[in-house]
Design a protein around this ligand. Structure first.
Ligand code: THG
Length: 638
């Protein structure tokens, strides 16, 4: 068993990986026959010229590299299919891992073990752009990982990730392959940030960290694309925020093209200097080289980093969700997390009509426009009687994911609909929602999926007896779900949002009158009694049945009270939330009495509230509102 010692070694010292594979092979003067006639397929050498692959590995082992990467960068089935080799995916990876294993073992001494890391490159398809499905990508990497594990690698590396969905599918597949083989190997990931400062599909490093960190990696870092100079900013971000060990394999500078060939100018000494900084200032633990780096570079790194003490890090992981492009923290300055409610077939007549018409374009635009209306996250619900939710969710999310910078909250009562959405997202979404109405079968199913895909989850206070109506029962159910989610499913408290739920306050039904008060009390107690979790409410529900002007006021006052009680997030129509100073004092007071069911002089607070809104003109209110900025309207804590 060499695998545990790799993680142990990482604790003790900085590991030096090898340098380039592809550019090194190009220099070997190989003929088309050596590649089995498959032009451009470096991985074919594992079959037809294993000796060339051995020579490559030796060149790095000779200069003291602690670990070598298998020659399997393009050996997932999706790439091998381009050479009609996909049927041999598992075999090819097993063979390649075997070559590297033998080479590493032949160099290993008790003082210096040599490790083999299974390389899983990005392939040629961009699933976030619809070029491949999650299932296709997953299957391709699953077969690759099985072969690499069989061949004896010490770790797996999902490398050169430029599309988060590809990376996520590969990471999940690698873990599934380990489970299948009953082996737990270290799993590493490197993402590739272009000169633009973003990954190819437009993701910032923060988006990559937020999406990948929950997936159970043992190291996360950067490789390829640029030389080391352009990596500082992103490595600094990881150093400050990522709880995972940092690995970094830069190119030997930005490539230039000369006579149709990529040329890399970074000297060995320059690479050494960069790595000394990466280790000494950012705490990098695994260093090496990517395109254009040679045994000479790695020899210099092995020597040049000896004695450099890795910086001590105290990373602060920002609790967040993400879109394909950016990470969005749960904590919002001077506001709560605003979840836009307009992309809901049950909450918007317009959206429902667009769904009935199958106008996916316009539905995706509704999602996009939630950002302009002040939302930080967008709730997406296509549940609609008589339609098949899973394909609808897939169709819509597939279109919206590249169009919105907002993280998506997948809203459905059906687990397959949530999963359909998850498979389209390389980001970290929120699942809305789980509860215990059936005693937990569905909750188990959804939380298993949430853990697998690294999603946050909304939990409703509903159990076998129905929706909890008292603060005591709401808190008790929240605790029960919290325990299941954290202890049974391994989710983090910070990724759980508890919805204390309230029924409409405007119905006048006697037994609903205390719902507002009980809900707010539950919000306060959930925050106090379950440390680290968050709270959320669907706000517009509370005012169903009232006239539009009064709904706007009641929703706004309710949000204000809930935020004061500790509410972290709310599903709202952001445009319609009024700041306190925009609400006439008597309306404000009447709203509070309704929310808390306070009877003054024997007067029914609902009647008193409704009496104030018999002739208010909402249209005029909305025109007034248009003159305010979103910030003005939403800075409720000011
Ligand atoms: N908790 C959680 N999720 C939820 C809810 C919740 N998801 C759905 C819902 N409740 C929150 N979303 C809405 C969206 C719209 C309205 C209410 C709640 C709404 N719509 C108007 C109406 O129906 O009268 C406007 C209709 C229109 O524009 O046509 O009130 O509580 N976790």
């Amino acid at each position: 068993m060499t695998s545990p010692s790799l993680l142990d070694a990482l604790q003790e010292r900085v590991l030096v990986l090898d340098g380039a594979t592809g550019t090194a092979l190009q220099r070997m003067d190989l003929s088309l026959d050596d590649f089995g006639g498959l032009e451009g397929c470096n991985e074919a050498l594992n079959f037809w010229r294993p000796d060339a692959v051995e020579t490559l590995h030796r060149s790095y082992l000779d200069v003291g590299a602690d670990a070598i990467l298998t020659n399997t960068f393009g050996a997932s089935g999706l790439v091998l299919a381009e050479y009609d080799l996909q049927e041999r995916t598992r075999e090819l990876n097993r063979v390649s891992a075997g070559i590297a294993r033998r080479m590493a073992d032949s160099y290993a001494t008790p003082d210096k073990l040599r490790y083999v890391i299974g390389s899983m490159g990005p392939g040629t398809k961009l699933p976030s752009l619809g070029q491949a499905t999650f299932d296709e990508v997953h299957e391709a990497y699953f077969q690759q990982a099985l072969g690499l594990i069989e061949g004896g690698v010490d770790a797996l590396l999902v490398e050169t990730v430029y599309d988060l969905l590809q990376g996520k599918a590969a990471i999940i597949a690698a873990k599934d392959a380990m489970a299948e083989m009953d082996r737990r190997l270290p799993l590493f990931c490197t993402v590739t940030i272009e000169t633009t400062g973003q990954m190819l599909v437009g993701s910032e490093i923060s988006a990559a960290l937020t999406a990948f960190e929950p997936l159970g990696l043992d190291a996360l870092g950067l490789n390829c694309a640029t030389g080391p100079e352009m990596m500082h900013e992103h490595l600094r971000y990881l150093a400050a925020h990522s709880p995972l060990p940092i690995m970094v394999q830069p190119n030997a500078g930005l490539p230039r093209v000369e006579n149709d060939q990529a040329v890399y100018d970074l000297s060995a000494q320059e690479l050494v200097d960069a790595h000394r900084t990466f280790i000494g200032e950012y705490g990098a633990r695994i260093v090496g080289g990517c395109c254009g780096t040679t045994p000479e570079h790695i020899a210099a790194v092995v020597e040049g980093i000896a004695g450099v003490v890795p910086a001590t890090r105290e990373p602060q992981l920002e609790e967040a969700v993400s879109s394909l492009f950016v990470s969005v923290p749960f904590e919002q300055d001077a506001s709560f997390l605003i979840v836009g409610e307009r992309a809901n077939a049950n909450g918007s007549r317009r959206f429902k009509r667009l769904l009935a018409e199958e106008n996916w374009e316009e539905m995706a635009n509704v999602i996009r426009d939630q950002a302009k209306e002040g939302a930080h996250v967008v709730d997406v619900c296509v549940d609609y009687v008589g339609r098949d939710g899973a394909p609808d969710m897939a169709r819509l999310v597939g279109l919206a994911r590249g169009r919105t910078t907002l993280p998506i909250m997948l809203d459905s009562t059906e687990a397959p609909v949530l999963e359909a959405g998850l498979k389209l997202l390389g980001s970290k979404p929120i699942l809305n929602s789980v509860h215990l109405e059936d005693g937990g079968a569905r909750l188990d199913q959804v939380l298993t999926t949430a853990k697998r895909f690294g999603a946050a989850v909304v939990a409703l206070v509903i159990d076998e007896e129905g929706q909890a109506r008292t603060a005591d029962r709401k808190v008790a159910i929240a605790k029960r779900i919290h325990q299941l989610a954290t202890e049974k499913h391994g989710l983090r408290s910070g990724d759980l949002l508890f919805d204390a739920l309230t029924l409409p306050l405007g119905s006048g039904q006697e037994e609903l009158r205390n719902d507002g008060r009980e809900t707010l009390e539950a919000v306060r107690r959930i925050k106090q009694e379950i440390p680290g979790v968050r709270t959320i409410l669907g706000v517009s529900n509370i005012s169903f049945g009232l006239n539009p002007a009064s709904r706007q006021v009641l929703n706004s006052v309710f949000v204000e009270e809930a935020v004061a009680a500790g509410l972290d997030a709310a599903i709202v129509n952001a445009l319609q939330i009024l700041p306190t100073h925009r609400i006439p004092p008597e309306q404000h007071e009447a709203s509070k009495r309704l929310i808390y069911n306070e009877w003054v002089d024997g007067k029914d607070p609902l009647q008193a509230f409704m009496a104030l809104f018999t002739d208010v003109d909402l249209q005029r209110e909305e025109i007034d509102l248009a003159e305010q900025t979103v910030e003005e309207r939403l800075h409720l804590r000011i």
